[in-house]
Design a protein around this ligand. Structure first.
Ligand code: SF4
Ligand code: SF4
Length: 339
C-alpha cells in the first residue's frame, strides 16, 4: 500500500527533529518548554499540515529545515505550507502537566532528572493543578498527568491519584484524564483507576530485555511488562498505551514484536523515535557502544505499517484515545491516524 505524501513528509521531519527560526519574535505562539518527555528542557514548536501534527525543537542554526512565518517550512530545498499550532500546556488541545520535575532514577535516554535538583524541584499540588486547568479549560479537550519519582513510586502514585480525584471532583466527567506514572505494584494501577483516570500510559521503553537493562539500569524489565499487562486488565482495550523507544540500538524486530505483544494485551504502543537530547547524548552513546541513533523516516514508516496491521487484526483503534500522545500525535507516526 502506498504511504500518503503528507505522512512521508511528517516522517522526514521527525527524522530531522528540529527547525531553525531566524526571528523567533515572528512566531505566532510561544514555544513549548517542557520538563518531561522527549524534548524536556528544549523549546519546541508544533506545525500542522493536511491533518498531521509534528513537534520540532528549535535549532540555533539552519541545517536543512527552517520555518519562515507566513510562508512555511523550508525543508531540504523545498517550501511546504504549514500552520503553527498552539501548544496549550505542553501540547495542543490538552493540559499535559508534569507533577514532579525531579526523578531519582537515571534512565539513560531521559533528561528529566538532569533538569531539576533538590534545590529547584517543582511539585504541583492538587489545588494548583485544578487552578491551572481551570485557566485553560476552554482551550482543551483533555488533561494528562506525568511525574518524575522523587521519593518512591508509591508516593508519586498517591500524589497523582490525589490530583486525579481533585480534577474529577472539580470538572466531573467533562474532561478525560490520562495518567503516565511509574507503577511497580498492581495496587498503584488500581489506585489511579479508582481515583477516576480514564487512560493510563505505562512505558515499556525498550521491549528488548538487553537494551532495557542498559538504558533503565534501575528498573525491572519483567515487573514493568507485568504492570503494562495488568493496566490493560484494569483499564480495558483502547485505554492503555506505552512508549517503545526506537533507536536505542535494539534489534529492529524487537520493536515490531513489542508492538504485537502489547496489542495482544489490548495496549497501543507509541513507537517513539529516540531524541538524542544534548544532556544525555554522551552517556547514551557510551552505554550503547555508539548504536543509539534517531531512526530514519523509512524505518519509522516500516514499523508503523506493521503496527497498523497488528492493531487492526486485534480490533484496537488509536483514534479512540482521548488524552496523551495518541491524542496528540506530534512525536510519532501514529497508525490509523497518520497512515
Ligand atoms: S523513571 Fe526514568 S524515564 Fe521516567 S522520569 Fe525517571 S528517569 Fe525519566
Ligand atoms: S506526542 Fe506526546 S510527548 Fe509528543 S508532544 Fe504530544 S503529548 Fe508530548
Amino acid at each position: 500500500m502506498s504511504v500518503p505524501k503528507a505522512t512521508l513528509f511528517k516522517a522526514r521531519l521527525l527524522e530531522h527533529g528540529k527547525v531553525y527560526v531566524a526571528n523567533k519574535k515572528e512566531l505566532a505562539y510561544i514555544p513549548d518548554h517542557s520538563t518531561a518527555g522527549p524534548s524536556a528542557g528544549l523549546d519546541c514548536v508544533f506545525f500542522g499540515f493536511e491533518k498531521k501534527l509534528v513537534r520540532l525543537s528549535l535549532s540555533p542554526m539552519d541545517d536543512g529545515c527552517s520555518y519562515i512565518p507566513g510562508e512555511g517550512l523550508r525543508f531540504q530545498g523545498e517550501t511546504y505550507p504549514v500552520v503553527e499550532v498552539e501548544s496549550v500546556l505542553h501540547c495542543p488541545r490538552q493540559a499535559f502537566l508534569n507533577l514532579d520535575s525531579n526523578c531519582r532514577y537515571g534512565c539513560l535516554f531521559c533528561a528529566t532528572p538532569l533538569l531539576s535538583s533538590h534545590v529547584n524541584r517543582r511539585v504541583m499540588r492538587d489545588e494548583v493543578v485544578v487552578r491551572i486547568v481551570e485557566r485553560v479549560r476552554r482551550r482543551i479537550e483533555g488533561v494528562a498527568l506525568t511525574t518524575g519519582v522523587f521519593d518512591t513510586p508509591e508516593e508519586s502514585v498517591k500524589h497523582m491519584a490525589r490530583v486525579v480525584k481533585a480534577l474529577r471532583e472539580h470538572f466531573g466527567d467533562s474532561l478525560p484524564i490520562g495518567v503516565e506514572p511509574l507503577v511497580t505494584e498492581k495496587r498503584h494501577v488500581n489506585l489511579l483507576y479508582e481515583a477516576g483516570a480514564d487512560e493510563i500510559k505505562v512505558n515499556v521503553e525498550s521491549f528488548d530485555p538487553k537494551t532495557f537493562r542498559i538504558v533503565c539500569p534501575e528498573l525491572d524489565y519483567r515487573l514493568n511488562l507485568e504492570m503494562v499487562r495488568y493496566a490493560a486488565e484494569v483499564f480495558g482495550d483502547n485505554r492503555v498505551c506505552s512508549n517503545i523507544i526506537v533507536g536505542l540500538g535494539e534489534p529492529e524486530a524487537s520493536v515490531d514484536e513489542g508492538a504485537r505483544v502489547l496489542a495482544d494485551w489490548g495496549v497501543v504502543a507509541s513507537l517513539r523515535p529516540l531524541t538524542l537530547h544534548p544532556l544525555v547524548m554522551g552517556r547514551l552513546n557510551e552505554a550503547t557502544g555508539g548504536r543509539a541513533a534517531r531512526p530514519n523516516a523509512d524505518r519509522m514508516i516500516r514499523h508503523a505499517l506493521k503496527h497498523r496491521d497488528v492493531l487492526e487484526e486485534r480490533g484496537i483503534d488509536t483514534r479512540k484515545f482521548k488524552t496523551m500522545c495518541l491524542k496528540c500525535t506530534a512525536c510519532d507516526i501514529v497508525p490509523q491516524k497518520d497512515l
